[in-house]
Design a protein around this ligand. Structure first.
Ligand SMILES: NC(=O)c1ccc[n+]([C@@H]2O[C@H](COP(=O)([O-])OP(=O)(O)OC[C@H]3O[C@@H](n4cnc5c(N)ncnc54)[C@H](O)[C@@H]3O)[C@@H](O)[C@H]2O)c1
Length: 331
C-alpha cells in the first residue's frame, strides 16, 4: 500500500480509542502519518491509545460526536476522516434505541457537517453488514439489501443515505465500508455486548464453556482487522474517482460456522494450555433476530479499490489468539 500518499497529511480517526479505531491509529502512526483521535470513551479504552500518547504525531481530543462543536474542533486542518465512532451491538440498540440513534445518526450527521465545513478531502466511514437485513441471498452484493432487522441496522443504513446526500449536495467525497464481523487484537472480550470471538477466547482461557446460540450451524464471514485496515487506507488514498461515493463490503469472502469457529479457537488455545482441549462447547436456543448466514462478495472492492485481503480466517484467528493469550487479563 502506498503510505507515501499520506506523507504530511493529517487523518482524523473518530472512535480511535475503540477496537477498530485504535488499530487504525496504530497503523497510521507506524507510517509516520499525523493522527487526530476523537473519542468520548463510551466503549473505547484509555489503555488502547496509551502507547500513542507520547508520539508527537498523535493528538487526542476527548469529545462527543453528539456535540457539533467537538466535531468542528476535531476536523480543523484535517485531510481525511476515518469515522469509526458509534455505538455498536444489535442487542444494545434493542435495549436503548434512543442513545444508539443519537450517537449513530445525529453524531454521524454532525461529523458530515463538520467535515464539509472543514473541506476535508475524503470522509470514509464504518458502515455495517447489518444493512443487508432480511435479504436472504448469498453472497451479499452491495446493490441488493433487505429491510433492517434492528435499530442498529437502521442507523447504519441511514448513515449511507446521509453520506450519499452530502456528496450530491455538497460534493463531499465519501466511502462507506460495510464491515462483516471484524475481529483481532484489542477487541473487548468483556461486557454484555462483547463480540463472539473475544468472548469465546476469554471463556476458554478462564476454563469456562463457551455457549453457542443454536446448533452451531449459523455462519459468518469473520474478517481479520488487518484486512479492514487495508480497506480504510485504500479508501483514503485511491486515485480512482469511480471508487468514491459508494459503499463496499469489507470481508474475507468465506463463511465459517459458529461450531467451526469455537472448535478452531479451542484447538489454537490448547497449544498454550492443554487443559483447554477438554472444555465442552455448550448450546442454547437461537437468538431472536439473528440471521442464519452471512457471506460477502468482495468483488467490488477488488475491482475498484484493488482490495487484496491478506489474512484468511485461520491466519487471523491464530494471530488474535496469540495476542489474547499474551494480553488478556483474567476477569
Ligand atoms: N466490530 C465489528 O465487527 C463491526 C461490524 C460492523 C460495523 N462496525 C462499526 O465499526 C465501528 C467501530 O467499531 P468497534 O468494533 O471498533 O467498536 P468500539 O466500541 O470498540 O469502538 C467505537 C468507539 O467509538 C467511541 N464512541 C462511541 N460513542 C461516541 C461518541 N458519542 N463520541 C465519540 N466517540 C464515541 C467509543 O468510545 C469507542 O472508542 C463502529 O461504527 C461500528 O458500528 C463494527
Amino acid at each position: 500500500m502506498n503510505y507515501n500518499l499520506l506523507k504530511d497529511k493529517t487523518v482524523l480517526v473518530t472512535g480511535g480509542a475503540g477496537f477498530i479505531g485504535s488499530n487504525l491509529c496504530e497503523t497510521l502512526l507506524n507510517y509516520n502519518v499525523k493522527v487526530v483521535c476523537l473519542d468520548n470513551f463510551a466503549t473505547g479504552k484509555r489503555e488502547n491509545i496509551a502507547p500513542f500518547l507520547k508520539n508527537k504525531q498523535f493528538q487526542l481530543i476527548e469529545g462527543d460526536i453528539r456535540n457539533l462543536e467537538d466535531c468542528h474542533t476535531a476536523c480543523k486542518n484535517v485531510d481525511f476522516i476515518l469515522h469509526q465512532a458509534a455505538l455498536g451491538s444489535v442487542p444494545r440498540s434493542i435495549k436503548d434505541p434512543i442513545t444508539t440513534n443519537d450517537v449513530n445518526i445525529s453524531g454521524f450527521l454532525n461529523m458530515l457537517v463538520a467535515a464539509r465545513d472543514a473541506k476535508v478531502k475524503r470522509f470514509v466511514y464504518a458502515a455495517s453488514s447489518s444493512t443487508y437485513g432480511d435479504h436472504q441471498a448469498l453472497p451479499k452484493i452491495e446493490e441488493i439489501i433487505g429491510k433492517p432487522l434492528s435499530p442498529y441496522a437502521i442507523t447504519k443504513y441511514v448513515n449511507e443515505l446521509y453520506a450519499d446526500i452530502f456528496y450530491k449536495t455538497y460534493q463531499l467525497d465519501t466511502v462507506g465500508l460495510r464491515y462483516f464481523n471484524v475481529f483481532g487484537k484489542r477487541q473487548d472480550p468483556n461486557g454484555a455486548y462483547a463480540a463472539v470471538i473475544p468472548l469465546f477466547v476469554k471463556q476458554f482461557i478462564n476454563h469456562e464453556s463457551p455457549v453457542i446460540n443454536g446448533d452451531g450451524s449459523y455462519s459468518r464471514d469473520f474478517t481479520y482487522i488487518d484486512n479492514v485496515i487495508q480497506m480504510n487506507i485504500k479508501a483514503i488514498t485511491t486515485a480512482n474517482k469511480d471508487a468514491l461515493n459508494t459503499v463496499y463490503n469489507v470481508a474475507y469472502g468465506e463463511r465459517t460456522t459458529l461450531l467451526e469457529l469455537a472448535t478452531i479457537l479451542k484447538t489454537y488455545l490448547s497449544e498454550f494450555d492443554p487443559a483447554i482441549k477438554e472444555i465442552e462447547i455448550k448450546h442454547r436456543d437461537n437468538r431472536i433476530g439473528d440471521i442464519p448466514h452471512s457471506l460477502a462478495s468482495i468483488e467490488k472492492a477488488k475491482q475498484l479499490l484493488n482490495y487484496n485481503p491478506k489474512f484468511s480466517i485461520t491466519n487471523g484467528l491464530k494471530a488474535a489468539v496469540s495476542w489474547y493469550w499474551e494480553n488478556l487479563q483474567v476477569s
